[in-house]
Design a protein around this ligand. Structure first.
Ligand code: NAI
Ligand code: MG
Length: 372
């Protein structure tokens, strides 16, 4: 039996509560693993000026994959304010450790399955089974941003015809630019992974969510690449929708869709919508997957007001652990875990506050462990 080394990153707030609960479930499942605790989050920003310390990156490089709870992050001014006095005014700037993890470890694929488990009182509709594939390192979140705008960029704008020209005429500090950077390789990779997933799991349709009529260059590239990839999968239907229309269609006919594939920001937005259709933050899990490493997490944040209260729903983190088991190749354990979660939801006894009940985080873990 393989013994895994799993980086264990509880982070801040309820990240700690839900990860503790998840250990109860993984231990009952009998996963042969060493869990290596690693520091991440706000506390390390305040004390060390780095929310993702190098020692944590080292642990990540030496483990098979990571399970991550949640972190707190705050706007620029507050981030400076909360630094210990020795670090203030040293020019440190806060960078989201999650975005860094995705970029530095090239976790190019964000996988977000959203399933309406039977008996979940929070289901928007029954039988929803959506999976979002979100490109995780490029697009509008690539981090290529300017403010003030460099002179060279301003010159390029100013020399161009309308509508660029007017931005090049303004003082550099009057303009902020966030660019949407997409590569052919990045587009091909995310679309291919969506089709491979559909093929492996027997889904009949992949839908590209874009906006190529307005974002003509980036959206156009993604659309052309997706159509070409789709031709290699003749048994799977391919369709295209604009992101704004998709928000309506997902509310109107959520059962008409199966696998969705998107650029980074569109995927971020669409996957929150899909998550809410099947119970919201207490049920939304995701995997950040690269070629050789992956980080699994619930998609919620650190919810400071519930921190340490043993109150929030740990199911999102259990489902993240299930994705981790899939990725490790522990298919039997993944199926058993999902079955136990589904069983507990269907039985209707254990209900955390978001589901309208009084079950604690720990009790929910015990219920799933018992079902295992
Ligand atoms: P949040 O996701 O932490 O919480 C929003 C609300 O959702 C909570 O007040 C609670 O009502 C509900 N909720 C969240 N998780 C739940 C669970 N497991 N069970 C039941 N209900 C749950 O988002 P918020 O309040 O906007 O952000 C709090 C902090 O978390 C901020 O510092 C933010 O930057 C950070 N954040 C971190 C993320 C991450 O680590 N991946 C993602 C989102 C926010
Ligand atoms: Mg999000």
């Amino acid at each position: 039996m393989t013994r895994y080394r799993i980086a264990w990153l509880p982070g801040d707030g309820i990240g700690i509560d839900v990860m503790k609960a998840t250990r109860i479930v993984l231990d009952r499942l009998g996963l042969e693993a060493d869990y290596v605790h690693a520091d991440i989050g706000w506390e390390f920003w305040c004390r060390e000026g780095e929310a993702l310390p190098e020692r944590t990156c080292k642990i990540l490089r030496e483990t098979d994959c990571a399970l991550f709870g949640a972190i707190t992050s705050k706007p620029k001014e507050e981030a400076q304010e909360e630094l210990v006095s020795e670090l203030k005014g040293k020019g440190l700037s806060y960078r989201s450790p999650i975005v860094r993890l995705r970029q530095d470890f090239n976790l190019h694929t964000n996988l977000r399955p959203c399933k309406a488990y039977k008996g979940n009182p929070l289901n928007y509709r029954e039988d929803i089974d959506l999976t979002v594939f979100r490109e995780n390192t490029e697009g509008l979140y690539a981090g290529v941003e300017f403010h003030p705008v460099p002179q060279a960029v301003s010159d390029v704008l100013g020399q161009h015809s309308a509508p660029w020209k007017k931005f090049g005429k303004l003082p550099l500090d009057e303009v902020a630019i966030s660019t949407r950077v997409m590569t052919r390789g990045g587009c091909r990779s995310i679309v291919t992974r969506a089709f491979e997933y559909a093929k492996k799991r027997g889904y009949q349709k992949v839908t590209l969510v874009e906006k190529p009529n307005v974002l003509r260059e980036t959206g156009g590239l993604m659309t052309r690449v997706a159509r070409a990839v789709a031709r290699d999968y003749p048994s799977i239907a391919f369709d295209e929708a604009n992101v704004d229309a998709m928000c309506m269609w997902l509310i109107k006919n959520p059962n008409s869709y199966q696998v969705l594939v998107c650029e980074n920001m569109f995927g971020d937005i669409i996957s929150d919508l899909c998550g809410q259709l099947v119970g919201g933050l207490g049920f939304a899990s995701s995997g950040n997957i690269g070629d050789t490493y992956a980080v699994f997490e619930p998609t919620h944040g650190s919810a400071p007001k519930y921190s340490g209260l043993d109150k929030v729903n740990p199911i999102a983190t259990f489902l993240a652990a299930k994705l981790m088991l899939d990725w490790l190749g522990e298919a039997d354990k993944a199926v058993r875990l999902e079955g136990a979660i589904a069983g507990v939801i269907a039985a209707g006894q254990a209900r955390t506050y978001d589901m309208g009940g009084k079950t604690t985080t720990t009790e929910m873990a015990q219920a799933v462990a018992a079902a295992l």
